[in-house]
Design a protein around this ligand. Structure first.
Ligand SMILES: *[C@@H]1O[C@H](CO)[C@@H](O)[C@H](O)[C@H]1NC(C)=O
Length: 319
């Protein structure tokens, strides 16, 4: 193909993507010449989805919620970097190492973590994650040639990395995949609606909203009929229940209980929770199909102020 024709075709592709509303594919996107040529001389292994893949540099501290190819290049030693990846609740994330020019023997590393770690706390908590903790870390230097692709168990994942010398670089490709049975989720936004269902699995699932929110539980059923109307002394004895938790970290096992729901009910339950993290956690014995639906929205500053003044109602301001 002649070069000018290539360029015209490429321009056309760009226009098409703009028309489709995919302008994010072009934003901040420095398209190098060789990338441009690789589009028109495709390697047979590349699939067509790669043609318009979003590309941008990765920062030492970064948040990524789009699919694409991300390249980190060190301009100076970077000893403590982290990139947080996030997808829709019903998606999981895969991270592929495309290229890495780092000095493993010199102490450089790139590690994918199946979940998020923030301020030393993990999501999902070790209790609620299907894998033992050590299997949630996949280090490039230990496994580089063996596992080039890592897939998360929920809609969040991250990488930690350290590089000592300027010029070191690596490239990862982040993709999203549909997860038909989401369990643990961090909400992408401070408002929305969600239905959690446990398809008869002995497993606990958490939906975490990392904002202070007003939450409405609109539908709730534990799929059992002969439950006493008021299950005393606690829901825990029943084996199947929904907890509302709050606190200021992301580890659900360290949050404080706000309410336990263990009788089937149909009626709105409205609560304002001024915590950094609000969690709806479903504890399931696996004997029943349980579901809970809720909607949530961000608390405004006036609501936060009211809760703060009336702090008997709320413990998040006290610790
Ligand atoms: C689910 O959570 C409950 C209460 O926190 C716990 O007793 C139980 O062992 C957990 N089940 C599983 C499968 O982790």
């Amino acid at each position: 193909m002649e070069r000018t024709f290539r360029e015209q075709l490429f321009f056309l592709l760009l226009c098409l993507s703009v028309l489709k509303g995919d302008s994010r594919y072009i934003e901040n996107n420095e398209i190098a010449k060789d990338e441009l040529y690789s589009i028109f001389n495709p390697d047979p292994k590349r699939d067509s989805a790669d043609v318009l893949m979003y590309r941008r540099p990765l920062r030492c501290l970064d948040m990524v919620s789009v699919e694409g190819q991300f390249t980190f290049t060190a301009e100076s030693p970077q000893l403590s970097c982290a990139a947080f990846f996030m997808a829709e609740p019903n998606e999981v994330i895969s991270v592929d190492y495309d290229q890495a020019d780092i000095d493993c023997s010199g102490g450089d590393f790139i590690t994918v973590f199946d979940g998020w770690v923030m301020k030393g706390e993990k999501f999902p908590s070790t209790q609620d994650h299907p894998l033992p903790l050590h299997e949630r870390y996949v280090d490039f230097c230990d496994s580089g040639s063996v596992r080039r692709s890592v897939r998360s168990s929920q809609n969040v994942a991250m990488i930690f990395f350290r590089v000592h010398s300027a010029g070191s670089s690596f490239t990862v490709t982040v993709r999203k995949h549909i997860n038909p049975f989401p369990c643990n989720v961090i909400s992408q936004s401070p408002e929305g609606t969600y239905t959690m269902a446990s398809p008869q699995q002995h497993r606990n699932c958490s939906f975490s909203i990392i904002y202070p929110v007003a939450i409405d539980i609109s539908e709730f059923s534990l799929g059992r009929h002969n439950l006493p109307k008021r299950a005393l002394p606690g829901c825990a004895e029943t084996g199947d229940y929904v907890q509302l938790l709050g606190g200021n970290g992301i580890d659900t096992s360290k949050l404080l209980p706000i309410a336990d729901l263990c009788i089937s009910f149909s009626g709105p339950t409205h609560m304002k929770i001024a915590c950094d993290n609000t969690v709806v956690r479903m504890v399931s014995s696996g004997r029943f199909v349980s579901r809970v639906s809720f909607s949530y929205r961000l608390l405004d500053s006036q609501e936060l102020q009211t809760i703060k003044l009336n702090n008997v109602e709320d413990f998040c301001f006290n610790n």
